[in-house]
Design a protein around this ligand. Structure first.
Ligand SMILES: [Zn+2]
Length: 406
């Protein structure tokens, strides 16, 4: 595929669209592929701007490059209109069943995001088909509220290892609360995939952080050594400086879900990582003040019309637990987890554990998180956890090539 930008005009569209493939730099030598995605949400242009800065500088160094760098635009239609989405959130509904249907009808049914999703999927498939090694993905986003950058990902050891090269707080457990994200879909096919949140949509710093994160990801994926990338060293300094006073790892504790009839309004002035105390009112809705239930830090307070989450609460996750969890996974303790009281396993589904919460009163959710499981279902007394695929210790640093997306 050519790396020359194409400009496509869609009849009826007021603005001309940016190209799906923003740029592609392929090294002669085989190695990892790194896909960076900007503007999966159309009102988040900072990722695209950061990638536009990276591409020409990377092209100058193409002869030394191992593997391939690809920069893609997520939601071109919404980007042209400066909106999060037109018909529906493009960072949802990345399930095999839905994609199967979209492949046959999505281009034709007239819904902007259905068409976007099929085209983006096909662009990623083409890149994966040409890959000469493992595939890494960095999905660049921004938030409506202000406050420092952070990364989030499905908590597998290879994802952690990739994210650890970008010195911003790592937020665990966010992907569990949102179904059908692009990140989870690519992760389930063996790609090492991390989201980098770069700050507020409009602040100039957001593009600087997106650029910094991309350079660090280039080094982390092994495309070029960090020693050859002064931009990566500068990016590291920038992100370290901004994240200096924050814990390195935090975990998701609460999501404030909102409906269209809630009349939810965040009180002004909240930022990412701002501490809050139990009982503090942080927003209002139709029922009155919205109070938080625990001492925590706030994440992604909603200050825009489109979106389903009012805010999240996170807490520090001690790095000691991170090390403990690496050891437990290396020892494959998950294989005997069904010996614990109140835990059962269906032999036909060896990666799933069903917990009876009446019996297992010992923090089953936390333990299964440490062991690399994701929450699948949590209703009444029943908790179902599934082991994340591709959570292999031997894949840290040298992951295998991904599966086909079909
Ligand atoms: Zn976003």
């Amino acid at each position: 595929m050519s790396s020359t930008p194409e400009v496509v005009d869609v009849p009826g569209e007021r603005t001309s669209l940016a190209p799906r493939i923003l740029g592609r730099v392929r090294g002669e030598r085989a190695g990892s592929t790194l896909i960076c995605i900007g503007a999966l949400h159309g009102n988040e242009p900072a990722g695209v701007e950061g990638l536009e800065r990276v591409l020409p500088k990377l092209r100058e160094r193409a002869t030394h490059l191992r593997g391939e760098f690809v920069a893609l635009i997520g939601n071109r239609t919404a980007l042209a209109q400066g909106r999060r989405f037109v018909d529906r959130d493009l960072n949802r509904a990345w399930t095999q069943e839905r994609l199967g249907r979209l492949r046959t009808e999505g281009r034709l049914n007239g819904f902007a995001e259905d068409r976007e999703q099929v085209e983006l999927l096909e662009a990623i498939e083409a890149v994966v088909a040409d890959a000469r090694g493992p595939v890494y993905v960095l999905d660049l986003h921004t938030t409506s509220g202000h406050g420092g950058p952070f990364s989030t990902f499905g908590d597998t050891l290879p994802n952690r290892d990739f994210a650890a090269h970008i010195p911003v707080p790592m937020i665990l457990g966010l992907e569990e609360l949102v179904d059908g994200t692009l990140l989870a879909f690519l992760g389930s096919h063996g790609m090492i995939a991390v989201v980098l949140e770069c700050g507020q949509h409009q602040e100039p710093r957001a593009a600087d952080r997106a650029e910094a994160g991309s350079w660090l990801a280039i080094a982390s994926a092994g495309l070029l050594p960090e020693g050859r990338l002064p931009e990566a060293a500068r990016g590291r300094k920038l992100l370290e400086r901004e994240s200096r006073r924050l814990p390195r790892v935090m975990e998701m504790r609460y999501r404030h879900d909102i409906g269209t009839l809630d009349g939810f309004r965040m009180d002004p002035g909240y930022e990412n990582f701002q501490p809050v105390v139990a009982g503090q009112a942080v927003a209002r809705d139709a029922r009155g003040p919205v109070r938080v239930g625990m001492d925590a830090r706030i994440l992604m307070p909603l200050y825009q019309a489109q979106g389903e989450d009012g805010f999240f609460l996170i807490r520090e996750f001690h790095p000691l637990w991170l090390r403990a969890s690496t050891i437990l996974r290396r020892l494959r303790v998950d294989r005997v987890a069904h010996w614990l009281p109140g835990v059962a396993r269906d032999p036909s589904l060896p990666d799933e554990m069903v917990v009876d919460k009446r019996v297992a009163r010992w923090g089953a959710l936390q333990l299964f998180h440490l062991l690399g499981f994701r929450r699948l279902e949590d209703a009444g007394t029943r908790l179902v956890m599934r082991r994340r695929p591709y959570d292999e210790f031997r894949s840290v640093g040298r992951p295998p090539p991904p599966e086909s997306l079909r």
